[in-house]
Design a protein around this ligand. Sequence first.
Ligand SMILES: [Zn+2]
Length: 224
Amino acid sequence: MIRPFVLAAAILLGCLSGSISAGELKCEDRSVVIHGTEPQDVLDGCEAVKSAARFFVPLGLSIPEGVSIELMEAQHASLLAAHETGNYDAQKNAIRILTYRAAVKATEANEQGLGRIATRTHWRSYIVHELAHTAIHAGCGVACPSRAIHEYFAAVAQLASLPTEELGELLIPYRNLEPFQHLTEITEIYYAINPHYFAVKSYKHYQQQSDPGAFVRRVLAPSD
Ligand SMILES: [Zn+2]
């Protein structure tokens, strides 16, 4: 039972060592600041940042300066819609995400698979997903890729962040789902119809790429 105390102390230390108030943590070596009241959630948030950065760097992407992650106890009409686990507000450079406990509760009735959150690593992958949106947004300048490509890359980053064994189990319900065959199949309509199928088909498609870095640079090039 030492662990909760250690975690609380870590947060408090953050408070004493900088301009960080209780419930906030600036992740080590990153400019991301996480706001939340559950210490384990905040620390897991920083783990998600590390994991996302590891995935982005070889692809030439990075998390922009000044991103904040707001851990929310509940969905809120103007910030996080009823169907959303998380989102990214590009104007405010802010990610909002349900706390782990709230996310588990909000998704417990969902079908088994990507939409039912039951572990912290699974929850953390949703933060990686939103961080992918920040990285693409920061890197795309005047003209950005389509929303479908945004979601493709966010899904790939999210699934790639999961431990291999857990990912294998999560993908069991989708074992018969084929990868996207061509970029023209990766559409916002498909995403809207079934975001989890979209995510799995994207991930399987990405796995087939012989040079993922070159592929990402190509698909993230401005669409117009
Ligand atoms: Zn997304």
